[in-house]
Design a binder for this molecule. Structure first.
Ligand code: UDP
Ligand code: MG
Length: 195
């Protein structure tokens, strides 16, 4: 059985999070929930690294496109008029391309966070993908109001402060992608009061 007490997840502070001075706030919110930062580093990602970070399978790209279609339907917007197509795969490819541009536009902070159900806890603290809909009290809900309608209009990705793995399998892949072969920068230590 996996050790749910010591589950690990992967987090990146995105360019808007770094530029808004939210690195400390994000770390603080993890630490106050008794999550442990076990690896931490600022770096500038290459396009190739970001391209390999986000899934490349058609289903994932279509899902990205469907999010745009869902939003457009909700607000009575026509994807063909706004973006030239209503094909979910094409739209997903646009968003993915903008994401690569965005994630390489400034330094990022990458980290591994460990603790009780770390994957789900960190996603909860992070909040929903679209900041204007994210709950207050979450990082995305407290520090961003971005929307895909505005982002698509400006031909850029939604700026939502941080990335966090969605599942333990995704976390494992992402930790391997960003820290693979450098296990010495992931630390094992006890927090104050830990047995
Ligand atoms: N994204 C976007 N437009 C959308 C949906 C997503 O620009 O309509 C960007 C956004 O930055 C998001 C990233 O694509 O964080 C990855 O999308 P995912 O659905 O995996 O969201 P997350 O896991 O980051 O909440
Ligand atoms: Mg995701």
């Amino acid at each position: 059985m996996p050790n749910f007490k010591k589950e690990r997840t992967y987090v990146m502070v995105k360019p808007d999070g770094v530029k808004k001075g939210l690195i400390g706030e994000i770390l603080h919110r993890f630490e106050q929930r008794d999550l442990k930062i076990v690896a931490l580093e600022m770096f500038h990602a290459t396009k190739e690294q970001i391209d390999n970070h986000y899934p490349k399978d058609e289903a994932w790209i279509r899902r990205l496109g469907q999010k745009t279609l869902g939003t457009y339907e909700k607000y009575g917007l026509d994807a063909v008029k706004e973006l030239g197509t209503n094909d979910d795969l094409e739209l997903g490819k646009f968003v993915r391309g903008w994401l690569v541009e965005y994630m390489t536009s400034a330094p990022l902070v990458r980290m591994v966070v460990e603790g009780v159900h770390a994957v789900d806890m960190v996603r909860k603290i992070c909040g929903a993908t679209l900041p204007y809909l994210a709950d207050m009290g979450t990082i995305r809900g407290d520090y961003s109001n971005d929307s895909p309608v505005i982002a698509n209009m400006e031909k850029r990705s939604v700026m939502n402060i941080m990335h966090a793995s969605e599942t333990p399998v995704e976390a494992q892949h992402e930790i391997e992608h960003w820290f693979g072969g450098r296990e010495e920068v992931i630390f094992d230590y006890k927090r104050y009061g830990e047995e």
